[in-house]
Write a protein that binds this ligand. Structure first.
Ligand code: FAD
Ligand code: SF4
Length: 510
């Protein structure tokens, strides 16, 4: 055998760089389903099922082209359970002259495969991942010499370089940012009718995976009853088209809004398909821009959506690869509490958090504001160790791959990198959640978002004020948080003490 082409669970594209020059006469493909990838963090059943089912569909696709695919299944009796172990077995059997791999999305996996290739005495050729607009080198060049990195500057550079939403050298519509038109809260009557997203009933391959995951990972969190994610390129393209046609027009407007028992709202559900490389971000961005140019969606919505992909998604990847492995250790706020055990069950009296946690476990999904301003916010205000928050987020979401999860959790949500990624800690009281959900959660909750102390005080509100007290000096020194800290002047010593005591009780009870 000439080349063994290694394909990881999030590299499911036959046009990947690893396949450049692939010759079925003398090359073969290696794929492995290994328990390690589901247990190094306590992965949820939807996340495990998504990866396994998508891998099996992709392997079948390649095999149908007549390519030799060496695919170890999770339930193969001889499976060693690790990527390194499975690679060693395949190399022994196939005796390739070299290994080829598109750069993986996970620092840990890259180290493991490099070490194993060395141990096996085989050259490992690493190729660029073309599933992004920017290479890690482009990002490193952008970052060079900058004291702080901000998404906005990077995003504008990307818009110019890739000619996205540009009119000549000016941003389309004369503005880079349409936040003022976007991000409304729902009226008290609730959202207008939400267009139901396209779902995909499990086929035979997926049903077999669901049975396997239920048996093999019975003790893992989450459920599979509602599993309907796109798992093939054809399905991912249909999901994209459905989003562009039915939800993109209102995406911007409702981007930050929350409503009970409405997991999808106007979000795209495309993150998992993008991260598995079933979709290319270029085609997603091009489809959104085309919908605006055709006049079917407003510019503010198209821009709001494109900013997430061309801006945030590319930016967090750059942060990850330029900061690893040290980034994992960040704990700038000295948080040291363990993660409350009920994060794995959703058993809490806080109505907003219960809904977000239960939905996450049921679907492997929560939209951005649920992740940032409900779940992540609670961990931040409570003071949970960032490593534990990271392990939870990496375990539960179907789109969780470390390069995108880690900067979002450690940097954006927990401020554990001390501001490398976000210009301020994203903190808010229960009043923010009340506003963005038009009171819908708080009405059915035993707490009151306006109260910071007493038996009915909203834990978010208590912990928010406690956070301001704990980090007063740091927040006062940041122009983006100085106004929030100024409100502390209204509190007398007794009230400060009462907040601290109540926050302490919440920590002890967590
Ligand atoms: P939409 O709201 O429709 O957004 C469109 C696309 O933009 C997404 O599919 C995604 O590819 C991209 N995007 C949006 N926001 C971000 C962002 N902040 N960073 C990177 N890409 C973004 N995204 C993941 O893909 N995997 C994760 O593990 C992940 N963990 C997160 C953890 C926290 C604490 C936070 C605050 C955000 C996280 N995100 C993660 C980003 C974002 O929340 C999800 O991409 C989004 O909710 C996925 O749903 P969607 O496809 O319906 O997104
Ligand atoms: Fe959430 Fe607080 Fe409102 Fe309850 S009162 S739903 S905990 S914000």
């Amino acid at each position: 055998l000439r080349h063994l082409v290694l394909v990881l669970g999030d590299q499911l594209d036959a046009a990947s760089s690893a396949f450049d020059g692939f010759d079925p006469a003398c090359d073969a493909v290696w794929m492995a389903e290994v328990a390690e990838e589901s247990t190094h963090v306590w992965s949820s059943q939807p996340r495990i099922a998504l990866f396994l089912a998508a891998m099996r569909h992709f392997a079948a696709d390649l095999a149908a082209r007549g390519w030799a695919v060496h695919h170890t299944r999770l339930d193969d009796a001889t499976n060693t359970g690790t990527l390194a172990g499975e690679l060693a077995r395949a190399v022994q059997a196939l005796r390739p002259a070299a290994l080829i791999l598109t750069a993986p999305g996970d620092w840990r996996v890259l180290q493991a495969l490099r070490a194993q290739a060395r141990a096996l005495g085989l050259p490992l050729e690493l190729r660029d991942d073309r599933h992004f607009f920017a290479t890690v080198r482009d990002f490193a060049t952008h970052a060079q010499g900058r004291k702080s990195l901000r998404m906005e500057f990077f995003y504008r550079e990307m818009r110019r370089r890739h000619r996205v939403l540009m009119d000549g050298d000016q941003p389309a519509g004369g503005q880079w940012n349409f936040d003022a038109d976007n991000r409304a809260a729902f009226p008290p009557s609730g959202p207008p009718p939400v267009p139901a997203p396209l779902g995909f009933a499990p086929d035979t391959v997926t049903r077999a995976v669901i049975t396997l995951v239920r048996e093999r990972f019975a003790g893992h969190p989450g459920a599979l009853d509602d599993f309907d994610w796109p798992l093939t390129r054809a399905q991912a393209l249909s999901e994209l088209e459905d989003f562009i046609t039915h939800r993109l027009a209102d995406f911007g407007r409702w981007q930050d809004a929350l409503w009970p028992a409405q997991p999808w709202l106007w979000h795209s559900r495309l993150s998992a398909a993008l991260n598995l490389k079933l979709l290319h971000p270029r085609e997603v961005v091009a489809a959104a821009e085309a919908a605006w140019r055709d006049g079917t969606v407003p510019l503010a919505s198209a821009e709001g959506f494109i900013r997430q992909i061309l801006g945030w998604r590319e930016y967090v990847r750059g942060i990850y690869w330029t900061q690893m492995p040290g980034y994992l250790e960040g704990n700038a706020l000295g948080a040291h509490l363990p993660l409350p055990a009920w994060f794995w069950t959703g058993e809490t009296d806080m109505a907003c958090l219960r809904d977000a946690l239960r939905q996450t476990l049921r679907l492997g999904y929560a939209h951005h504001i649920q992740r940032l301003m409900v779940i992540g916010l609670y961990a931040l205000l409570l003071g949970v160790r960032p490593r534990e928050v990271h392990a939870w987020f990496l375990a539960v979401y179907v789109d969780a791959v470390e390069w995108v999860e880690l900067p979002n959790v450690l940097g954006m949500s927990q401020f554990a990198d001390g501001g490398r990624m976000a210009s301020k800690p994203y903190i808010a009281s229960g009043k923010y959640i009340e506003r963005m959900s038009a009171g819908s959660y708080c009405r059915g909750c035993r707490f009151d978002p306006a109260l910071r102390t007493g038996p009915r005080a909203c834990p978010y509100t208590t912990l928010y004020w406690d956070f301001l007290l704990r980090f007063e000096a740091r927040l006062a020194a940041n122009p983006r948080t100085v106004m929030q800290v100024k409100n502390l002047a209204r509190l007398d010593a007794a009230e400060r003490e009462a907040i601290r005591t109540q926050a302490q009780l919440l920590r002890e009870g967590s």
